[in-house]
Ligand binder design. Structure first.
Ligand SMILES: [Zn+2]
Length: 146
């Protein structure tokens, strides 16, 4: 770190941009860079040595995905909660010609019991099964009989 002074360019890892970028030295402590300002996002932060990340999200994105997954409610817990919440709905045998609305309970020949979580499209429903969420085709909204 010799020859550096406030105002010099230094390569540092930017936690906001999540990659190694050119920074301007803001403060020095002896011969070490104490604070640097990112030339890309203008954030000032403590100097962090480059991590060899030259494209956004190389490592961080992977880490983030893992964290999100571990925080998310396991699908089986979601299923149990939804199944109990919709306990008043009758269980309908799955048939792609049948109409399924939000909160309907479905008995699928292959996937077992599920609950309709979302109507994604007039004829597509997202159903929560014990092991996964699946998109199923159904007969669409009931014909308007007024
Ligand atoms: Zn930055």
């Amino acid at each position: 770190m010799s020859g550096l002074e406030a105002g010099s360019d230094v390569l540092s890892y930017c936690g906001r941009c999540k990659m190694d970028l050119n920074h301007v030295v803001i403060a020095m402590k002896g011969t070490a860079v104490l604070k640097a300002q990112c030339r890309t996002c203008n954030a000032t932060h403590g100097y962090r040595s480059p991590k060899g990340i030259t494209e956004p999200g190389q490592i961080v994105a992977k880490k983030k995905r893992t964290t999100t997954r571990s925080k998310a409610e396991p699908i089986e817990a979601v299923w149990t909660r939804m199944w109990e919440e919709s306990s008043s709905s009758p269980v309908l045998k799955y048939n792609m010609k049948e109409h399924f609305g939000h909160g309907f309970r479905v008995d699928h020949p292959k996937y077992g019991s599920g609950i309709v979580d979302r109507i994604i499209h007039p004829n597509k429903i997202e159903v929560v099964f014990k092991d996964d969420k699946r998109v199923l085709i159904h007969g669409g909204p009931p014909a308007n009989e007024t």
